[in-house]
Design a protein around this ligand. Sequence first.
Ligand SMILES: C[S@@+](CC[C@H](N)C(=O)[O-])C[C@H]1O[C@@H](n2cnc3c(N)ncnc32)[C@H](O)[C@@H]1O
Length: 228
Amino acid sequence: MSKEPGVRKMFDAIAHRYDLMNRVMTMGQDQRWRKFVVKTAGDPGDGWTLDLATGTGDIAALMTATHPAAKVMGGDFSLNMLTEAKKRFTDRRIVWHACDANRLPFGDGTFYSVTFGYLLRNVDDAGRVLREVCRVLRPGGRVVCLDTTPPAKNILYPFVRGYLRYGIPALGRLIADDEAAYSYLTGSTMEFYKAEELAALFAESGFTDVGYRKFMCGTIGVHWGQKP
Ligand SMILES: C[S@@+](CC[C@H](N)C(=O)[O-])C[C@H]1O[C@@H](n2cnc3c(N)ncnc32)[C@H](O)[C@@H]1O
């Protein structure tokens, strides 16, 4: 059974508290990772770039702030998340668009780059989404993906696991009044691809020059690749 209708409902429900919860649970680090995503995607000049699963729009807004000539499409399937994005950022260089990452309503080779934050953990078939992203990129275009990563079993593991298992759901209850949504975040992180496995999936899905960097005690990964 597909988990995606439930994911959409969940983001519709937490949209109004999403940003505050992000800042608190990452201890204010989340924007730093998004800036790294934008830098890694490169300068699109005056071309189009797609921020998929844009949510409340942070990566899309950082893209226009960093590259003033760029035209940015912010796409998401949660209408409530897009409503928050539109309220927060009124910049006319960003076009907000309801769309599903599995079936992108854009032609082949449309975008200079495609970014997404915290998308792949939420879809049924990450390989399918990556192939769809590859289709809409122009040759030479870059994909950059930010997501959580299962923590490595090192000396920090008990602390990191404790924070994921108990700290984040408790914050979800206090701040977003939705413990279940943030327990889902923990569960989907623990079950998600390890960083090296996700890099292999990027390569299998048609990307070259694949690489990644980890942040926050290895619980956050940024992966990138290029369409040949
Ligand atoms: C955790 S939020 C991330 C928002 C934003 N990228 C950020 O950096 O904060 C995940 C977003 O992915 C969207 N999403 C999940 N599955 C999707 C799909 N199949 N198609 C489009 N958007 C999707 C959700 O609606 C949600 O807004």
